[in-house]
Design a protein around this ligand. Structure first.
Ligand SMILES: Nc1ncnc2c1ncn2[C@@H]1O[C@H](COP(=O)(O)OP(=O)(O)OP(=O)(O)O)[C@@H](O)[C@H]1O
Ligand SMILES: [Mg+2]
Length: 418
């Protein structure tokens, strides 16, 4: 129908319809614009978090290195008495311990920590947590246990879960500077499609142990709440908190395929709720392997590591213990040396992450030369798929860097004795 044939009403209706379409189009374009804005805001937040992570690591390690380097230089001056020298050495050891605690927390956050998942009695874990906290926090804080879960066994790494509970407990106590109540509660929860919320959307159906950590402290606003799991996020004064506590708790819970959620508002206290997979029955916590004897035996060890300082340390430690040592700075060098000397070598300590020829490929080539070669892996990452695969292919075990001399001797004693 031509326009001139249309009634006035029909033309008005067409114009209105066109207007509606234009409005709908504008709204959807607005939507597109908002999505872009959201993506940009998300990227900005992500970059801010990465910046905070890098800054936090640099800051903490620089402080630690200042203490290590400074005390080592003072020791080099050779003008102090024995007790002052002992103090300086203690400072170096203390700082190194802090550095390895920091890397452990970072690895927990990155979910690369070593795990030992067993059926754990959460009652025992929480009783130990409360015993520990009650010795160290303000006596005006009343710590309560409300154990409703029965059975109360969770599939977890007991040490990691206890560490997470202590972290949550310490934070709660810090938020109650004038006293208050801290309550740990456990419950049995069954998740199925009807019992889900946004925090449990990723969890598999099944039985869980819910652990709630609730305080009557100062609480948090929503901006703070949205940042608390980021590494190095802290509202505490410089030197009072590193901001790694909740980041490691978060990584730990996620490594257990569990969930963590927080509910808090200013002045209203805070509640953290964790869900962990339930287990049938507890393992005996006394099942730990006994302490290993130190070896008195000697032998010839080949140390393969691209880091000069690690080679130096391991070589000095091994020679002091009576072993003879050969050093190689990369996989190629090691394969070449091993080809000519494998009959004389009792054990190889092999770094996993090296340039040129990496640890796993070096391991395979050493095995090809001598199928009975004893190889102890070493790595700055705790046990992962690569090390597990190599152990399945015959490597003796993994030394986690930074390792102590006692850990080195125990491992050598165990493997050279056989
Ligand atoms: N229960 C709580 N009540 C109020 N604020 C809390 C609570 N738990 C955590 N927070 C806030 O979250 C921040 C981050 O906590 P997190 O444990 O990661 O680091 P931190 O306690 O500051 O330092 P640290 O590395 O020593 O644990 C805290 O600084 C605090 O502001
Ligand atoms: Mg903390």
């Amino acid at each position: 129908m031509a326009d001139q044939d249309k009634s006035k009403e029909e033309l008005i209706e067409e114009v209105l319809e066109l207007r509606r379409k234009v409005t709908a189009l504008e709204t959807s374009l607005d939507g597109v614009h908002n999505v872009n804005d959201d993506a940009q805001a998300y990227n900005a937040l992500k970059m801010e978090a990465v910046g905070r992570l890098a800054g936090g690591i640099a800051h903490d390690f620089n402080n630690i290195l200042t203490a290590v380097q400074g005390n080592a230089e003072l020791l080099q001056m050779d003008c102090f008495g024995q007790s002052e020298r002992d103090d300086m050495l203690s400072q170096i050891l203390h700082s190194s311990k802090r550095a390895s605690e920091l890397t452990r927390q970072l690895l927990d956050f990155a979910r690369k920590g070593a795990f030992q998942i067993i059926a754990v009695d959460t009652v025992k874990v929480l009783e130990r947590t409360v015993a520990l906290l009650s010795h160290s926090v303000d006596k005006r804080i009343d710590i309560k246990l409300d154990m409703q879960a029965d059975p109360a066994f969770a599939l977890a790494d007991p040490a990691k879960i206890e560490h997470a509970m202590v972290n949550l407990g310490m934070n709660a106590c810090d938020a109650m500077p004038h006293g208050g109540t801290l309550t740990f509660t456990t419950k049995n929860v069954v998740l199925d499609d009807n019992a889900r919320c946004e925090h449990t959307a990723e969890l598999a159906d099944g039985s869980y142990i819910e652990i709630t950590v609730c305080d009557t402290g100062r609480g948090m606003d929503s901006t703070t709440c949205s940042q608390i799991f980021e590494p190095f996020f802290t509202t505490k004064e410089v030197g009072e908190g590193s901001g790694m506590g909740l980041a490691s708790v978060y990584g730990c819970v996620k490594s257990h395929y569990g969930s963590i959620q927080v509910d808090s508002s200013p002045g209203q206290g805070t509640t953290f709720k964790l869900l962990l997979h339930a287990a049938e029955a507890a393992c005996d916590p006394g099942d730990k392997p006994g302490a290993l004897k130190m070896s008195k035996e000697t032998g010839h060890i080949l140390v393969v590591d691209d880091e000069g300082i690690v080679r130096e340390f391991v070589s000095t430690a091994l020679q002091t213990l009576g072993y003879s040592v050969s050093l190689c700075a990369d996989g190629h060098e090691a394969v070449e040396y091993f080809t000519g000397h494998h009959q004389d070598i009792d054990l190889v300590i092999l770094d996993l992450v090296m340039p040129v020829l990496n640890g796993p490929d070096t391991f395979k080539q050493l095995k090809a030369i001598d199928p009975n070669v004893k190889v102890l892996l070493s790595s700055g990452f705790t046990q992962n798929q690569t090390s597990s695969d190599l152990i399945a292919e015959g490597a003796l075990g993994l030394l986690n860097k930074p390792f102590k001399i006692s850990e080195l001797t125990q491992a050598l004693g165990r493997h050279l004795a056989n």
